[in-house]
Design a protein around this ligand. Sequence first.
Ligand SMILES: C[C@@]1(CC(=O)O)C2=NC(=C\c3[nH]c(c(CCC(=O)O)c3CC(=O)O)Cc3[nH]c(c(CC(=O)O)c3CCC(=O)O)/C=C3\N/C(=C\2)[C@@H](CCC(=O)O)[C@]3(C)CC(=O)O)/[C@H]1CCC(=O)O
Ligand SMILES: NC(=O)c1ccc[n+]([C@@H]2O[C@H](COP(=O)([O-])OP(=O)(O)OC[C@H]3O[C@@H](n4cnc5c(N)ncnc54)[C@H](O)[C@@H]3O)[C@@H](O)[C@H]2O)c1
Length: 223
Amino acid sequence: MGEGLTVSDWYPVLLKVEGRKCVVFGGGFVAQRKTEGLLQARADVRLISPRLTPELRAWAEAGRLLWTEREAEEKDLDGAMLAFAATDDPDANRSLADAARIRGIPINIANAGEAGEFILPAVLRRGGLVLTASASGAGPALAARIIDELAERYGPEYNENIEALRTIRGIVKSEVANPSERRALLQAAVTDEALEEWRSSPRLQDNAELLARLRQRAIDRKG
Ligand SMILES: C[C@@]1(CC(=O)O)C2=NC(=C\c3[nH]c(c(CCC(=O)O)c3CC(=O)O)Cc3[nH]c(c(CC(=O)O)c3CCC(=O)O)/C=C3\N/C(=C\2)[C@@H](CCC(=O)O)[C@]3(C)CC(=O)O)/[C@H]1CCC(=O)O
Ligand SMILES: NC(=O)c1ccc[n+]([C@@H]2O[C@H](COP(=O)([O-])OP(=O)(O)OC[C@H]3O[C@@H](n4cnc5c(N)ncnc54)[C@H](O)[C@@H]3O)[C@@H](O)[C@H]2O)c1
């Protein structure tokens, strides 16, 4: 990949890494940030670094990850699903990129994003709601600022909204066979007003009443 990333160079995706071996090289603050995201997604994290931040050390001591106290070796990549080169040695990061490529393992390069197979967005989680922002390597600080703004707009109440929606969607999927009616009801279920209603009402317990409310909301929306 050449200089200057464009939006189309990157394909956004949510990966399932639970229980899968993910190797992080380096033990500084950048490695810590990548590790934190991996632990949140319950990956099997292997950390390779002669030194660690106090936080990383605490996670290692608590058994949340496996730490190898030395510099990176190519064999550390064996069997990994993902790799992260986050050392402060650009040569080491570059050799790791080459070694990972030979093995077909996607790698993230902390000091030169475009040299790797994937980059990370800034992330906001509200339970199952995952909001991400990326400037495709042009500006991580902008991505972080946008996520701070989204955190105001989509507050902690969205943890609850998402769970209510999961229940509602389950009911609609089992009770409404017609795809276009289903779509109309599920669209009516996610307006600000509707989400507020699900949070404050016990109607979710009663399928028939819930469907009646949704149908009314869908009609109101059509105007
Ligand atoms: C979003 C976030 C996610 C995360 O890391 O989890 C992330 N960087 C974050 C913060 C951040 N990183 C840097 C600064 C200082 C300001 C600045 O330099 O702009 C700040 C801001 C801060 O610290 O406040 C420095 C930096 N970053 C990269 C390079 C090298 C290069 O340019 O290639 C250098 C220069 C190193 C040097 O000078 O030596 C590279 C990458 N950083 C990316 C992601 C990918 C592109 C994302 C995008 O453009 O959208 C990419 C390409 C690869 C990757 O790391 O995946 C996380 C915010 C999380 C949050 O706070 O919410
Ligand atoms: N992508 C990003 O978001 C981002 C943000 C800031 C900085 N950076 C870049 O990431 C690099 C790391 O930043 P940091 O603040 O975490 O640095 P840091 O100096 O705090 O940590 C570097 C770590 O790498 C370890 N290390 C050095 N050589 C190693 C090797 N051969 N094998 C394994 N581990 C080794 C060190 O022991 C140390 O723990 C910087 O060089 C910087 O260019 C990236």
